[in-house]
Each structure stands twice: as structure tokens, then as C-alpha cells.
Design a protein around this ligand. Structure first.
Ligand code: EPU
Length: 421
């Protein structure tokens, strides 16, 4: 297994180009199951999670052609409708296959995703919506079995705005009979991106980006070419990297409008930020100021940047309160940050971070993707030698060439393989 080694203390400088968004690319690939023929997807990041969904789709008979960041996908000759436990257990987002498989094949069998490091993460709202659309659903041996000769449109109210839930039901509804209205829908940029792709396939869908999405089912969809949006979480991670290392970087190829909440918080922390079309320049302050954050659905502060922002607050001047409202267990990075000298107290969904002058290098590991990113950021500023971040397969799930990109910004960071114990 690989580890990442960082020698901290170098301010980030230069420019970094942002890859396609993992959480937009995954539903885009799943949407290719809705109709056969070659779809062309552009700016697909090379990530472990992308390979996982491709592998499940390939096992179901989907063909892929790849070049650079372009993936062509053809599900003309689907031979199955099952996503097995062995793969789903490595990536919960496999649940995104449920809606399109059910719409296309009239049935789907998907391993029920278990809890994960950050919370229980139920999928009850996905299932409830499909039942409202006429699906017959039962669980056996850890699998969700769904059947519906043809889904029918329905009025659906999500008790909680759910990102993959909204995406799943959008995909299920585009070829359902009649009209589907999704109320209290998620409005994340990745949901909007999927709506744009579905529309270019011929779907009749409107309202994305608001909390009400209306879909009129169509009889046929076509193949499409779609370019996925840049990854706002990757962009945000580098922006926090610039601030924490007191560097100055240009984040190229991102969409500043998708990062408004982070930009505001970084400005309050003392960073100098200017945003133009597709580019954000971040200059870190000499002393970072403490700022409170509360994670919220978009356009609020993203839960996927909470861990990284907490690392920044760990060396801020003063105390900050970090509230996590989306997932019940998303402070797993705290104990590792403490090992690097951070002073953080957790009380339920709140973390009180008492900023320190410095963090000290240490061997650390994390059990989730964004927590791992927060430890890499901590390593960039840690004093006293090498920080080693273990179990980096989590990082490889969601950050494309992260160490190469940080190295391009002047960081002393590299990957080493670890001999098995
Ligand atoms: N929820 C339910 N029932 C459901 C679905 C969700 O109670 O049926 C709850 C969840 O437990 C959570 C809240 O609703 O408390 C919101 O969860 P959501 O469904 O929106 O999360 P998700 O769709 O499983 C996506 C991203 C996550 C990101 C969250 C929140 C993908 C593939 N994953 O997850 O990304 O944190 O939205 O923005 O899009 C990551 O990339 O590191 C990551 C975890």
C-alpha cells in the first residue's frame, strides 16, 4: 500500500488546473445506461471511484473507449442488471446505478450500501421515491431488488435534500410515463450538471438548481456528448492549501460561482482572493484569522470541505466553531490532527478548534477521502520533519494526481510504497 510523504514549510506558488468533478462524472457514467449507442463524456477524472463504476458497468455488458480525459460509453448490449457487493462495498455511489437500470431494464439488483466512516448514510429516500413511481422493491441477502415494467411519474417530496437521491430519481423519471415533480430536491452543481446531460440526451427536465425539479417522461433518449463540470471540492482543497501555507496560487479551470461560500470564509480568514471567469487567485495571509463554519446543502459551506477547513483553523489566531450538519460522524480527522498538535474539542456535531501557532509532523492515517485531504494540508505546514499520510487509497478515490499537483505548486510531497507488515 502507498503512503504520501510531505516535508512541510514551503508556501504553495504557481498555478494548478482542476480536473473534472468526481461527483458529476459518476452520475454521468450511470446515465449512459439509460440508452444504448456511443455517448461521449469529456473531462472524466482518472480516479479509483470512476474505475469502480466502470467495472460494474462493464460487467453488465457496457463497452468503453478511452482517450485522455474522454470516455466513450455504449450500453447497447446490456446483459445484466446487478451491482455486486464486492464492488459496491468499495464505493457507495454505486447506488446511482439503481435508477437508470430500473428505467432501462425494468429491474435492478444492487447490493445495499452499508454505513461508511462518515455516517450511516441510509438510502431510504431513494427507495421511497422509486416505490412512489410504481417500483416493487424488496431486500434479500443484503441486496435491493427492484422491479417496474415501466415507472410512472409521481410527486415526490424528499424529507432531506439528497444529492445522489435526487440524481437517481431524475434518471429514473426521464423515461417514466407522465410527469415527476421532485420537491426539496438537492440543487448542488453536480445535480445541475446531470440535468444538463439528460437534457442533451433528449430528456424534458427543468428546475435544476432550485429545490423543485420537474420532469416529463419521454419515450426515447439519444446519445450525447457531455463535458462534466470541474471539481469544486478539489479546487477548494487547493485554495485552502494556498491559505494555510501562506502561499499565492492561481486555481485554473474552476467555476468561481460554485465556490462562493468557501471564498467568503477564506476572505474572513484573511486570504486575499480574486475570482475571474474560470480562475481564482488566492494569496494566504501572514496570520490566519479564526472563522466559524457550518456545513449546509449547496450553496452553503460544503461538508466535503469541512475537514480541510478545520486544518486551516487549527493554525488560526483564535478559536473557531465548526458545525457539521450533513453527516453524523464526519470528524474522524480530528484525532489525527490532534496527533499533529491541533487542539480540537468535539461536542456532538460541533468542533471547537483552538488555533495554535504551529502543527508538528507525525505519521497519520485516515479512513475517508476528505479527511485524508485535510491531513495532506496539515503536512504542508507541519514543522519538524516528514509527515506520512497512510492509507492513501482513500485519496486516490477522489483526487487526481494530488501529489503531482501539489508538487507543481512547489510542495515537497511524494508517494512511497509501504512494504506489507
Ligand atoms: N439521507 C437520508 N436518506 C437518504 C439519503 C440521504 O437520510 O435516502 C441523508 C444522509 O444520511 C445525509 C443527508 O441525507 O445526512 C445528505 O446526504 P446525501 O444523500 O446528499 O449524500 P450522498 O448523495 O450520499 C453526495 C456526495 C458526497 C457528499 C454528499 C453531501 C456523491 C457521489 N457523493 O453523497 O460526497 O458529501 O453528497 O454533499 O455525489 C465525497 O465526495 O467525499 C462525498 C462523500
Amino acid at each position: 500500500m502507498d503512503k504520501i510523504v510531505i516535508e512541510g514549510g514551503r508556501p504553495l506558488k504557481g498555478a494548478v488546473t482542476i480536473s473534472g468533478a468526481k461527483n458529476a462524472a459518476l452520475p454521468a457514467l450511470a446515465a449512459c445506461l439509460l440508452t444504448g449507442g456511443w455517448h461521449r463524456l469529456v473531462r472524466i477524472p482518472r480516479l479509483r471511484d470512476i474505475r469502480t463504476i466502470q467495472r460494474i458497468m462493464a460487467d453488465l455488458g457496457t463497452d468503453f473507449r478511452e482517450q485522455g480525459g474522454v470516455i466513450e460509453v455504449n450500453s447497447e448490449n446490456l446483459t445484466g442488471y446487478e451491482a455486486p457487493y464486492e464492488l459496491v462495498k468499495t464505493m457507495r455511489a454505486s447506488i446511482l446505478l439503481l435508477g437508470p437500470l430500473l428505467a432501462r431494464c425494468g429491474r435492478a439488483r444492487i447490493s445495499l450500501p452499508g454505513g461508511c466512516a462518515i455516517g450511516a448514510r441510509p438510502i431510504n429516500l431513494h427507495l421511497k421515491a422509486l416505490v412512489a413511481m410504481g417500483a416493487d422493491i424488496y431486500l434479500d441477502h443484503g441486496y435491493i431488488n427492484a422491479r417496474a415494467p415501466r415507472l410512472r411519474g409521481a410527486d415526490i417530496f424528499f424529507d432531506i435534500p439528497t444529492v445522489t437521491g435526487t440524481e437517481n430519481i431524475m434518471m429514473a423519471a426521464v423515461t417514466a410515463s407522465g410527469r415527476t415533480i421532485l420537491k426539496n430536491a438537492a440543487n448542488e452543481p453536480e445535480v445541475q450538471d446531470l440535468a444538463r446531460m439528460l437534457r442533451s440526451m433528449g430528456a424534458d427536465i427543468e428546475g435544476e438548481g432550485t429545490d423543485t425539479i420537474v420532469i416529463h417522461g419521454v419515450d426515447r433518449l439519444e446519445t450525447c456528448e457531455h463535458t462534466v463540470i470541474p471539481d469544486r471540492i478539489e479546487a477548494g482543497t487547493f485554495m485552502i492549501g494556498a491559505a494555510i501555507s501562506r502561499g499565492a496560487i492561481v486555481v485554473e479551470g474552476c467555476i468561481p460561482a460554485y465556490l462562493t461560500s468557501l471564498i467568503e470564509k477564506l476572505k474572513q480568514a484573511g486570504a486575499d482572493i480574486s475570482a475571474e471567469d474560470r480562475r481564482i487567485t488566492v494569496r494566504g495571509p501572514d496570520r490566519i484569522q479564526s472563522v466559524d463554519i457550518k456545513t449546509m446543502p449547496y450553496p452553503g459551506f460544503p461538508t466535503d470541505l469541512q475537514a480541510q477547513f478545520m486544518t486551516l483553523m487549527a493554525i488560526a489566531d483564535g478559536w473557531s466553531m465548526i458545525r457539521e450538519t450533513i453527516f453524523e460522524n464526519r470528524f474522524i480527522h480530528v484525532s489525527e490532527l490532534r496527533r499533529m498538535g491541533a487542539d480540537i474539542e468535539i461536542n456532538g456535531g460541533q468542533a471547537l478548534v483552538k488555533g495554535k501557532e504551529r502543527l508538528l509532523s507525525a505519521p497519520v492515517m485516515a479512513t475517508d477521502l476528505r479527511a485524508s485531504a485535510s491531513l495532506v494540508l496539515a503536512g504542508l505546514v507541519a514543522e519538524g520533519g516528514r509527515t506520512e499520510v497512510h492509507r492513501i487509497y482513500h485519496l486516490d478515490r477522489g483526487y487526481e494526481a494530488i501529489e503531482e499537483k501539489f508538487r507543481g505548486l512547489g510542495a515537497a510531497i511524494w508517494r512511497e510504497s509501504e512494504p506489507p507488515l
